[in-house]
Design a protein around this ligand. Structure first.
Ligand code: SAM
Length: 343
C-alpha cells in the first residue's frame, strides 16, 4: 500500500506518517524509486501510534510501548491519571473564576476577595502536585501480604487487620451492580471483598507495583493509577468508597482535600468507610502517645511520627459539616473506623 492510501484509510496525512518514520516509530519497506510500501502490519502499527497519540502519549512513550506491548497498559493508566489531575485543576480554576465574579459589591470586583481566592486555588494546586510517596510502596508490594502476618516487636499496626476489613464490608454493604472505589487499594485485600456481593470495584493506588499485584490476585478489579488528592473517577460515579490503612499517608491539611475528593465522586446516598490508624481525638492522642513514652516504646513513637495519624473527631466533624450521617467503631487505641452516609 502506498503512503497516500494509508493516510486516507487512517484519516491522517502523509506528512504525519513521515513524521513518525523520522522519529523511528515505523519503518515502511522501500520499493523501486524509493517509494514507501506499507503492509497490514505497518497499518496496524500506525493505527496504534495514532490512537496513543490521540490520548496524549508522547512520541517517546509510544516508542517504548511499541518495543514492549505490556507497557501500553501502564502508560495508558498513567496518562489517565495525569488527565484527571489536569481536568480537576481546570475545574477548580473555573470554579474560582465563578466565585471571583460573584464577589462584587455593586459594580466593583473586591480585590481582597479575589486575592484570597487565588491563594486558596494555588494552595490546592500545590497540594495536588506535591504529594510524594516517602515510603516507597513499589518496593513493598511483593512482600506486603506476607508482612501483614508479622507482628512488630513492640508495636503491631496490623492487630485486628482482618476484623477491621470485615467490619468495613459489614457497614458499607456492597450490592449487586454498584460501583465501589477502594482508595489506596494496595494488593486488594479490602476491595476484593466487595466482588462476591456483585459490585464493580475500581481500585485506586499511587503505586504501580501494588496495582500489578492487585491485578494478578484479582483480575476483576478495575485498577487505576491515581491518588487521594486527584481520584481518577468521574463526579458522582461511586455508590460507595472504601479505604483501609491508607489515609494516614496524607498530612492533616491534605486529608481535607482527600475528603473533598471522596465527596466529589460519591453519588447522593452514597457511603464511605474509612478504616485507618488514627486516634479518637486530640486528648486521646496525647494519652496514647504518653503511655507509649512512659513504657519506653520507641518503636511505637517512631512509627507514629513517621506517618500522619488523624484525629477521628476531625474526620467525623468534616463529614457532619457537609451533611453526612456518621457512625464510628473502635478496634483498638490506634485503629478506628469512620462510616459516613451522604444525604
Ligand atoms: C499500608 S497499604 C494498605 C493497602 C490496603 N488498603 C490494605 O488495607 O491492605 C497503603 C496503600 O496506600 C497507598 N497509598 C498511600 N498513599 C496514597 C495516596 N496518597 N494516594 C493513593 N494511594 C496511596 C500505598 O501505595 C499502598 O498501596
Amino acid at each position: 500500500m502506498k503512503i497516500k492510501e494509508v493516510a486516507n484509510r487512517l484519516n491522517t496525512t502523509p506528512r504525519t506518517i513521515r513524521f513518525y518514520e523520522e522519529k523511528g516509530l515505523i519503518q515502511p519497506d522501500k520499493g523501486e524509486n524509493d517509494y514507501r510500501s506499507y503492509s497490514d502490519d505497518h497499518l496496524w502499527r500506525l493505527q496504534t501510534i495514532l490512537a496513543l497519540r490521540e490520548v496524549g502519549l508522547s512520541t517517546q512513550q509510544i516508542k517504548n510501548t511499541l518495543h514492549n506491548e505490556e507497557e501500553v497498559e501502564r502508560y495508558l493508566n498513567a496518562q489517565r491519571s495525569a488527565l484527571y489531575e489536569e481536568w480537576l485543576e481546570i475545574k477548580d480554576m473555573i470554579g474560582t473564576i465563578d466565585q471571583m465574579l460573584n464577589k462584587k459589591t455593586g459594580e466593583e470586583l473586591v480585590k481582597e476577595d479575589i486575592f484570597a481566592l487565588a491563594d486558596q486555588l494555588k494552595n490546592v494546586k500545590e497540594k495536588r502536585k506535591g504529594w510524594q510517596d516517602q515510603w516507597d510502596f513499589n518496593s513493598q508490594a511483593r512482600e506486603y501480604d506476607e508482612s501483614l502476618k508479622m507482628n512488630g516487636y513492640r508495636f503491631n499496626v496490623h492487630e485486628h487487620y482482618g476484623e477491621a476489613l470485615a467490619k468495613a464490608i459489614e457497614f458499607v454493604q456492597p450490592a449487586e451492580g454498584e460501583t465501589g472505589v477502594d482508595i489506596g487499594i494496595g494488593t486488594g485485600n479490602l476491595g476484593s471483598q466487595c466482588i462476591p456481593h456483585g459490585a464493580h470495584v475500581i481500585g485506586v493506588d499511587q503505586s504501580d507495583e501494588m496495582l500489578n499485584v492487585c491485578k494478578e490476585k484479582h483480575p476483576q478489579i478495575d485498577v487505576r493509577h491515581g491518588h487521594f488528592l486527584a481520584l481518577p473517577v468521574m463526579d458522582d460515579e461511586a455508590d460507595f468508597i472504601t479505604t483501609s490503612y491508607a489515609l494516614h499517608h496524607v498530612t492533616e491539611e491534605e486529608k481535607e482535600l482527600a475528603l473533598m475528593e471522596m465527596n466529589r465522586i460519591l453519588r447522593s446516598k452514597g457511603r464511605v468507610v474509612i478504616v485507618d490508624l488514627m486516634f479518637a481525638d486530640q486528648h486521646d492522642r496525647e494519652r496514647v502517645i504518653g503511655d507509649f513514652k512512659e513504657a519506653g516504646n520507641r518503636e511505637a513513637i517512631f512509627a507514629i511520627e513517621d506517618e500522619y495519624y488523624a484525629n477521628r473527631s476531625n474526620l467525623e466533624a468534616w463529614f457532619k459539616k457537609i451533611g453526612y450521617t456518621v457512625h464510628t467503631y473502635v478496634f483498638n487505641d490506634i485503629l478506628h473506623m469512620v462510616y459516613a452516609e451522604k444525604h
